[in-house]
Structure formats: C-alpha cells, structure tokens
Design a protein around this ligand. Structure first.
Ligand SMILES: [Zn+2]
Ligand SMILES: [Zn+2]
Length: 53
C-alpha cells in the first residue's frame, strides 16, 4: 500500500477535495490536492514531463 501524494506539491492526499485525472500525454494518473487545484498550481507528469494548469 503506497501513500497517495499530490503531483504538484507532494502533500499526502488524505483530505477530501482532491482530484485525479489522467495525463493527456501518457495516461499516467495525476493527483492534485484541493489547495493546488484552487490556486491553479501547475503540475508536471512524473512519467513524461508534461506540464499543465
Ligand atoms: Zn498539492
Ligand atoms: Zn505523462
């Protein structure tokens, strides 16, 4: 069992309001905590390096 972490800020995702979606480039699962989502912090895919809002 692995700890799920925010792709943007690396915070553990225990709280509600987090979102997850697939990377448009490689379909890797990307997760963002509620704070990063609200502040529109950029994410970058750890697998292919894709960056997006
Ligand atoms: Zn975050
Ligand atoms: Zn990717």
């Amino acid at each position: 069992m692995s700890i799920v972490k925010c792709t943007s800020c690396n915070a553990p995702l225990a709280e509600q309001g987090a979102t997850e979606f697939k990377c448009p480039e490689c379909a890797e699962l990307i997760r963002r905590c509620a704070r990063c989502r609200l502040q529109s912090i950029q994410y970058s895919c750890q697998t292919c390096g894709f960056q997006g809002p």
